[in-house]
Design a protein around this ligand. Structure first.
Ligand code: MCA
Ligand code: AMP
Length: 512
C-alpha cells in the first residue's frame, strides 16, 4: 500500500469533484476536479523540468491557489516541497539553496533575474516562475506538458516537505517532514476540530509555514472542505468574509487586531463555528475580550514546525484561556526537569517533550543537531517550558530557548546579533523580545559600541544599525528599536543576562 499523502487527499477530491476547493475575493474558483487536473498538469511540468522523486523543490512565491496546486503536484511525484518566506532576502535564500540542493527553484516572476543568479551560484539546475495571477513560466510549462495523472507509491517515512526553522546557533535547520507526519496530523486535527465538507475556512495566513500550509490546507483537504484565500491578513477583508465563513485560523495578532474593531459582534460571527489560535501565546485578555464580543471561545492549540500540532484545547468542553489544552490523540507528552532529567510532578514547570507519528524524522543533513533534540526513545525536546494544571490542561509558561516570536514569526536572536556584530563600530549586541501590543513580542537590539567611538558625527546610531540589517535579513527579523548601552549585564559565567535587559527595556512598546 502506498503512503503517498496525495492519495488520501485524492480520494476526497474525487468524492467532492464539483465542490469548491479554493475561492478568491476576485472571483476565481477552483473546484476539487480543477485541483486534480491542474496538479496533474503541474506534476507534468515538474517532471519535464527534471524533478524526480526525492528531489527538493524550493518555492518562494506569493500566496495563490496555484502555489497550493504546486504543493499537491510535488506530493504526487514524491518530490519534497520546500516553501520559503517571501520576506527572505537574497542572502537568506542563498543559504537555503546551498543547504537543500533543490532540483528546481520556483520564484516570483519579478525575482527571476536574481533567482537565476542565485541558482547559478548554488548549483541549482532549474528555475521557473509562478505569479499570484496564475502567470509565470511554470504555468506555461504546465499547459504544454503531458499531465501526470498518477501518484508515485511511497513509504510512510518518505519526505513530503522540508521547512526551515532558525536555530539558536544562527544557522537555519531544515525540518524533514514525512508523508506520515502530515497525514497523521491532518487526520487528527480534522477529527478533533470537527471539520466537515460543509466548512469554509477563511484563509488569511501565509502559506510557507506549518500553520497556513499544513494546519489550514491539509485539514481542509482531509475533510473535503473549502477555503477562501485572502492574500494576507487584513481586518476589512476578514469582516467582509466572516458572514460567509465557518472557521478562521490565525496567530494571536489576528485576534488582538479584531477585538479592537467595533464591527466584531455576535451577529458578525453568527455563521462561524470555530476560531483557532496558535504559533504564539494568546493572552487571556484577548481570549476573554473576543468571547465577550462574540460569544466564541477561541480554541488555542500548540505546535511546532518539527512536530505539527501536539496539544489542543477541546472542541467540546472548556477552552481555557492561557492554556493550550491537552495532547491530541496519538501524541504523548512529558515534562522534564532540566537539572535531573526526570519528569516533574503535576503543577511544576519543566521542559516539554513530545512523541508521536506527527514528530519529524530529523534535521536535513544535521545528524548531530538531530541527536541533540530528537531523543532515542522518540521524544522531541521542544525547548518550551510547560506546566500541567490540576485539570490536566497544559500551560506554556516560557521558553528554554533563546527565541523571539513576533506576530507568529520566529526570530532567533543569534542570527540578528551576528549581522549587527558585522558592523565595525559594534563591540557586541544582544537581541531580545519585549512585550509588544500588536506583535506579542517586539524584536529589540541592545548594542555596545566599540570603545573609542566618541559622540559626534561618526557615532553609530539606531538608524545606521537598521539600515545595515535592511536587505540582509527579512523585515520581520529586524529590530523595531535599537538601544545603546556601555556594557551588557553578565552573570558570573560571563553569559549575557537577557532577563536584566528585558526588565530594563520592558516598557519600550506601550499599548495605546
Ligand atoms: C509584518 N511586519 C512585522 C511582522 N509582520 N514585523 C514583525 N513581526 C511580524 N510578524 C512588519 C511589516 O514589514 C511592516 O514594516 C510593519 O511590520 C507593519 O506591517 P503590517 O501591515 O502591520 O503587517 P501585516 O501584513 O499586517 O502582518 C502582520 C501579521 C503577519 C498579519 C501578523 O506577520 C502574519 O501573517 N503573521 C503570521 C505568521 C505565521 O503564519 N506564523 C506561523 C508559523 P514596515 O512598516 O517597517 O514596512 S508556523 C508556527 O509557528 C507553528 C508550527 C505553529 O504552532 O503554528
Ligand atoms: P516554529 O518553530 O515556527 O514552528 O514555532 C514553534 C514555537 O511556537 C513553539 O516552540 C512555541 O514556542 C511557539 N508556539 C506555538 N504555538 C504556541 C501557543 N499556542 N502558545 C505559546 N507558544 C506557542
Amino acid at each position: 500500500m502506498s503512503h503517498n499523502l496525495f492519495d488520501t487527499f485524492a480520494a476526497q477530491m474525487r468524492k467532492r469533484a464539483d465542490a469548491d476547493f479554493i475561492t478568491t475575493r476576485n472571483g476565481r474558483r477552483y473546484s476539487y476536479t480543477d485541483a486534480l487536473t491542474q496538479s496533474a498538469q503541474l506534476a507534468g511540468a515538474l517532471t519535464e523540468l527534471g524533478v524526480k522523486q526525492g528531489d527538493r523543490v524550493a518555492v518562494q512565491v506569493d500566496k495563490s491557489p496555484e502555489a497550493i496546486l504546486l504543493y499537491l503536484a510535488c506530493l504526487r511525484i514524491g518530490s519534497v516541497y520546500l516553501p520559503l518566506n517571501t520576506g527572505y532576502t537574497g542572502d537568506e535564500i542563498r543559504y537555503f539553496l546551498n543547504d537543500a540542493e533543490p532540483a528546481l527553484f520556483v520564484c516570483r516572476p519579478k525575482m527571476e533575474e536574481q533567482a537565476r543568479a542565485l541558482a547559478a551560484d548554488t548549483g541549482c539546475p532549474a528555475v521557473a516562475t509562478l505569479g499570484h495571477a496564475a502567470d509565470g513560466s511554470l504555468m506555461d510549462a504546465a499547459q504544454q506538458a503531458a499531465p501526470r495523472e498518477d501518484s508515485v507509491a511511497l513509504e510512510k517515512d518518505d519526505l513530503a516537505a522540508i521547512l526551515y526553522t532558525s536555530g539558536t546557533t544562527g544557522r537555519s535547520k531544515g525540518a524533514m517532514l514525512t508523508h506520515q507526519n502530515l497525514a497523521s496530523n491532518s487526520k487528527t486535527l480534522a477529527s478533533a476540530w470537527h471539520f466537515s465538507a460543509d466548512d469554509r475556512l477563511i484563509h488569511a495566513l501565509p502559506i510557507f509555514h506549518t500553520h497556513g500550509l499544513f494546519v489550514a490546507c491539509n485539514v481542509t483537504l482531509m475533510a473535503g472542505a473549502s477555503m477562501l484565500f485572502l492574500p494576507k491578513f487584513d481586518v476589512d477583508e476578514i469582516f467582509a468574509e466572516l458572514p460567509h465563513g465557518s472557521v478562521l485560523m490565525g496567530v494571536p495578532t489576528f485576534y488582538t487586531r479584531l477585538v479592537q474593531d467595533e464591527r466584531l459582534t455576535p451577529e458578525m460571527t453568527a455563521n462561524m463555528r470555530l476560531f483557532v489560535s496558535g504559533s504564539a501565546p494568546l493572552t487571556s485578555e484577548t481570549h476573554a475580550a473576543f468571547e465577550a464580543k462574540t460569544g466564541h471561545a477561541i480554541l488555542e492549540r500548540y505546535g511546532m514546525t518539527e512536530t505539527n500540532m501536539n496539544l489542543s484545547n477541546p472542541y467540546e468542553g472548556a477552552r481555557r484561556a492561557g492554556t493550550v489544552g491537552k495532547p491530541l490523540p496519538g501524541v504523548e507528552m512529558r515534562i522534564i526537569d532540566r537539572e535531573n532529567g526526570r519528569e516533574v510532578p503535576q503543577g511544576e514547570i519543566g521542559i516539554l517533550q513530545v512523541r508521536g507519528p506527527n514528530v519529524f524524522t530529523g534535521y536535513w543533513r544535521m545528524p548531530e543537531k538531530t541527536r541533540e533534540e530528537l531523543l532515542e526513545d522518540g521524544f522531541f525536546i521542544t525547548g518550551d517550558l510547560a506546566m500541567v494544571d490540576d485539570q490536566g490542561y497544559v500551560h506554556i509558561v516560557g521558553r528554554d530557548k533563546d527565541l523571539v516570536i513576533s506576530g507568529g514569526y520566529n526570530v532567533y536572536p543569534k542570527e540578528v546579533e551576528q549581522v549587527i556584530d558585522e558592523l565595525d563600530q559594534v563591540a557586541e549586541s544582544a537581541v531580545i523580545g519585549l512585550p509588544h501590543p500588536d506583535f506579542g513580542e517586539g524584536v529589540t537590539a541592545v548594542v555596545v559600541r566599540q570603545q573609542g567611538a566618541t559622540p559626534g558625527e561618526d557615532q553609530l546610531e539606531e538608524a545606521a544599525v537598521i539600515e545595515h540589517l535592511d536587505g540582509r535579513l527579512a523585515k520581520y527579523k529586524q529590530p523595531k528599536r535599537v538601544f545603546f548601552v556601555d556594557e551588557l549585564p553578565r552573570n558570573t559565567m560571563g553569559k549575557v543576562q537577557k532577563n536584566e535587559l528585558r526588565k530594563r527595556f520592558h516598557d519600550t512598546y506601550p499599548s495605546t
